[in-house]
Design a protein around this ligand. Structure first.
Ligand code: NAD
Length: 328
């Protein structure tokens, strides 16, 4: 039986990854600074640790007499655009420490294979209609935000350990990922979850606020597809960074309309000033396609699974405000 360590297992994508690895027959240890809110007992073993500390990375990696076969590093101090633009120091400090200590200690302890979750935020801004960018075109680098710069540094440190110290490294650059169990409130939520929440909270016939003018172009990848991409990449011998994303590109307004349609309500949009990020995205997925991966969920399907989940959380939260604790 293969043994995997999943860092960030208290979070969204890694929480889904834990369950996928178990279905593939792995024994999985999850590690995170916090418990998973919805599936706290999913991993075979879960350890709560702050991975900014080198000593805690060593504890997470320790197994009696053997090394983990695979380490998946998805722990990061991260969130949607609102968080990315307001927490530059936290991102540059906390995520960098986690990435420096994890790759160093995984190498020292003899882990053969290491996955790192990077982001398409490493790329420069694009204009609508520009041709697809390949992974190599992230350099010369001009990311739009500090989160992208930190990811680029973390990619390079992982690759340096791979070149000089022999650990096999796989790096995925995720497009926006969404789905059930993603952060949906509190300031770290990303656009799909934030819009699902706003629509779920709105009265039929009401209006929701949308940051920016609604024209920014993005691709959104459903979490099951993302996890499948991670798994296939990790099993492959593909070196260098690999984009993983759905080929369907939509504007923010189209995303909002898809959510409104899933809700069955009539909701109006009001565009307001807010952090939007880059204007456009368009990336080549040829590398991940060559591993037999293709997104199986278009936005309408994925939102069809995600909206009801967010709506359920909104209803539960509203009920908690109204009913005394003893009733719930
Ligand atoms: P998430 O915030 O749900 O998960 C990240 C987890 O890391 C959280 O559970 C958090 O508690 C944990 N963490 C933070 N600081 C820690 C620390 N000091 N010690 C231990 N754990 C710590 O985010 P996610 O959406 O699941 O993202 C997973 C990875 O994928 C991240 O590296 C993120 O940057 C990357 N990514 C995500 C997206 C997306 O759209 N969700 C897009 C591109 C890249």
């Amino acid at each position: 039986m293969k043994r995997a360590l999943v860092c960030g297992a208290g979070g969204f994508i890694a929480g889904h990854l834990v369950r996928r690895l178990q279905r593939e027959g792995y024994w999985v240890r999850g590690v995170d600074i916090k418990q998973h809110e919805w599936s706290p007992n999913a991993a075979d073993e879960f350890i709560q640790l702050d991975l900014r500390e080198a000593e805690n990375c060593r504890k997470a990696l320790a197994l009696p007499g053997v090394a983990f076969d695979e380490v998946y590093q998805l722990a990061a101090d991260m969130g949607g655009m609102g968080f990315i633009h307001s927490a530059e120091c936290e991102i540059m400090h906390n995520s960098a420490l986690i990435n420096i200590h994890m790759i160093h200690n995984a190498t020292e302890i003899g882990v053969p294979r290491y996955f790192f979750s990077s982001s398409v935020c490493v790329y420069r801004d694009m204009q609508p209609g520009e041709r697809e960018m390949t992974e190599a075109e992230a350099i010369p680098a001009h990311p739009d935000n500090e989160y992208g710069w930190e990811k680029l540094y973390a990619e390079r440190i992982a690759e340096a350990y791979s070149r000089n110290r022999g650990i096999q490294v796989r790096i995925a650059r995720f497009q926006n990922c969404y789905g059930p169990e993603g952060t949906w409130r509190g300031g770290r939520e990303k656009a799909p979850a934030a819009i699902c929440r706003k629509v779920a909270e709105a009265e039929d016939g009401g209006t929701i606020e949308v940051w920016g003018d609604g024209s920014a172009v993005r691709s959104y990848t459903y979490v099951d597809d993302m996890v499948d991409g991670i798994y296939r990449l990790m099993q492959s011998d593909m070196q260098g960074a690999v984009n993983i994303g759905c080929l369907e590109y939509v504007t923010v307004d189209e995303l909002v309309k898809t959510v409104i349609e899933a809700s069955g309500k009539e909701i109006h949009m009001k565009h307001v000033a807010g952090p939007v990020g880059v204007q456009s995205r368009n990336f080549s997925n040829e590398r991940i396609y060559s591993l037999g991966w293709k997104a199986q969920h278009y936005l309408k399907d994925g939102i069809g699974h995600t909206y009801p989940w967010v709506e359920q959380q909104v209803l539960k939260a509203q009920a908690r405000k109204v009913l005394p604790k003893t009733v719930l």
